[in-house]
Design a protein around this ligand. Structure first.
Ligand code: NAD
Length: 499
């Protein structure tokens, strides 16, 4: 049993208020640790600490900030195994998948090392007589990020490095289900030389989040999680005059055209539907097969591979898929499969009957599941399942497939499998989704682009990291300056113009 405290002002700080939550090992169902949950006083302490640190951090030279970020990147790599172990033991995903998460997170830190280039302003010389104008982007102040359970390292890293490199001071409120990675990153930041109070971790639940949303000392809130909470965060945060970006849930469709390379599409679908037990916001959870021939061939091939996926504890070598995050979530996923069956979907592969690997029967396991003949009125189609469940919708034409994607409330990611450039181009131009793949199942943008969906997969104007991240974590200032010279003439009361 271990205990996770907050990390405020460069040290571990116990939660006040006496509340805590258990940390489960999802592969056994056993409690392995405990995390202290923040009181409103704890949030106040973190904000005061971060506000104090902002005074000097926002004045720290750009190259000094960069050198700390380089060192942090080096330390992350040196401590990769420790981070990976926390992810696997608390989240449940398998080792290689957790390593992949870390790689994608570290790339954002690498990108943040290039912050001087991204913060370069714009300069216009001689816009009027002796007058120059320039823009700079300045830090906001104390900012906060609230993150979900499904990427305990990568999603926090979507925000922390850029926000801090831009000169802000930071409070992370990670998921209470897998909190350990946040504290390792905090420790590594301190070892990298980040001044105390620049990066703080406050663990907690709705009590902490609600206080963050209303706190006058916090300028901006970034959120990633489920859509109902994202919508609440956006409305509450903006009503309290904060800048807010809130990324929500997803139901990502893959369209498989009759001319697609079916084997390539099947391999891609296996990874994208069942990887991380489907607990990815970019998981491909709906396969839209254009024509019955495509559907029949694809389902046979996906089933052949999916029933051989090795499901078990993430720490055991060779396993390819781990458990779900909680007992309740596992029951919800299985309940939705049953609802789909009741609504008329055909259960081609049934993960509900998976009995759990030896000795781990109390873990929150659900095996890979395939539902065929799903229609758009069914809850398995409408709702984000967030489990290893692939639903197959059969349509007759490309137009019908596109209509499904356009009409769905979510618009995070999508992908089309085709060999036809004409179709692919039409799809990428017209589809109302934020991240689009052409024969690429998980089109997660790299660090130097930006990540985000459309429709009810996001609330707010800015996507995550990349150029959009820099815009979110800074505000623009425009300076117009003229220096006294001997050629200046007298006062002029007319409205300034460039004449
Ligand atoms: P969640 O919404 O339950 O929790 C996210 C965060 O909000 C956590 O830190 C949690 O403590 C806090 N929280 C939960 N309920 C709250 C409430 N009522 N009021 C205030 N705060 C609350 O999400 P989760 O289960 O941790 O993560 C899974 C969800 O996240 C899925 O819907 C998934 O699609 C989504 N997600 C989206 C993206 C994206 O980029 N769009 C990325 C990863 C995950």
């Amino acid at each position: 049993m271990y205990k996770i405290d907050h990390y405020i002002g460069g040290k571990n700080v116990a939660a006040t208020g006496g509340r805590s939550a258990p940390i489960y090992d999802p592969s056994t169902g056993q409690v392995q640790g405990e995390v202290g949950l923040a009181s409103t006083d704890d949030v106040d302490t973190a904000v005061e600490t971060a506000a104090k640190a902002f005074e000097s951090w926002s004045d720290t030279g750009l190259m000094k900030r960069v050198s700390i970020m380089f060192k942090f990147r080096e330390l992350l790599e040196q401590n990769r195994d420790e981070l990976c172990e926390h992810i696997v033991k608390e989240h449940g995903k398998v080792w290689d998948d957790a390593m992949g998460e870390l790689t994608r997170g570290f790339e954002i830190v690498e990108n943040a090392c290039g912050i001087p280039e991204m913060l370069k302003g714009e300069f216009s010389e001689q816009v009027g007589s002796g007058i120059d104008v320039y823009n700079t982007r300045q830090a906001l102040g104390v900012v906060c990020s609230i993150t979900p359970f499904n990427f305990p390292a990568m999603v926090p890293l979507w925000t922390i490095p850029l926000a801090i490199a831009c000169g802000n001071t930071f409070i992370l409120k990670p998921s209470e289900r897998d909190p350990s990675c946040a504290n390792v990153m905090a420790r590594l930041f301190s070892e990298a030389g980040l001044p105390d109070g620049v990066f703080n971790v406050v663990h907690g639940d709705k009590v902490a989040v609600d206080h963050i949303l209303k706190h006058n000392g916090i300028e901006a809130v970034s959120f990633v999680g489920s859509t109902p909470v994202a919508e609440y965060i956006y409305h509450t945060g903006t009503a309290n005059n904060k800048r807010v970006q809130a990324l929500g849930g997803a139901k990502n469709h893959a369209i498989i055209m009759p001319d697609a390379d079916i084997d390539q599409a099947v391999d891609a679908m296996i990874g994208a539907a069942f990887g991380s037990a489907g607990e990815r916001c970019m998981a491909l959870s709906v396969a839209v097969a254009v024509g019955d021939n495509v559907a029949d061939e694809m389902i046979t091939k996906i089933k052949d591979q999916a029933e051989n996926i090795k499901v078990g504890c993430g720490m055991s070598a060779g396993n390819e898929m781990g458990p779900l995050i909680t007992k309740e979530h596992c029951a919800r996923v299985k309940g939705l499969i049953s609802e789909g069956e009741k609504d008329g979907a055909k259960v081609v592969l049934d993960g509900r009957t998976f009995e759990g690997p030896d000795g781990k029967e109390d873990g929150y396991f659900c095996g890979p599941t395939i539902l065929d003949n799903v229609t758009k009125d069914m809850s398995v189609y409408k709702e984000e399942i967030f489990g290893p469940v692939l639903v197959v919708v059969r349509v007759n034409s490309y137009g019908d497939a596109v209509k499904l994607v356009q009409d769905h409330e979510y618009g995070n990611g999508t992908c089309i499998f085709t060999r036809e450039g004409d179709i692919a181009r039409n799809f990428t131009r017209k589809i109302k989704v934020g991240m689009v793949g052409v024969n690429v199942p998980l089109p997660v943008p790299l660090a130097f682009h930006s990540f985000g969906g459309w429709k009810r997969s996001i609330f707010g104007d800015h996507h995550m990291y990349g150029p959009e991240g820099v815009r979110f974590w800074t505000k623009i200032k425009t300076v117009t300056s003229r220096w006294p010279t001997s050629i200046m003439s007298g006062a002029n009361l007319s409205f300034p113009s460039s004449d």
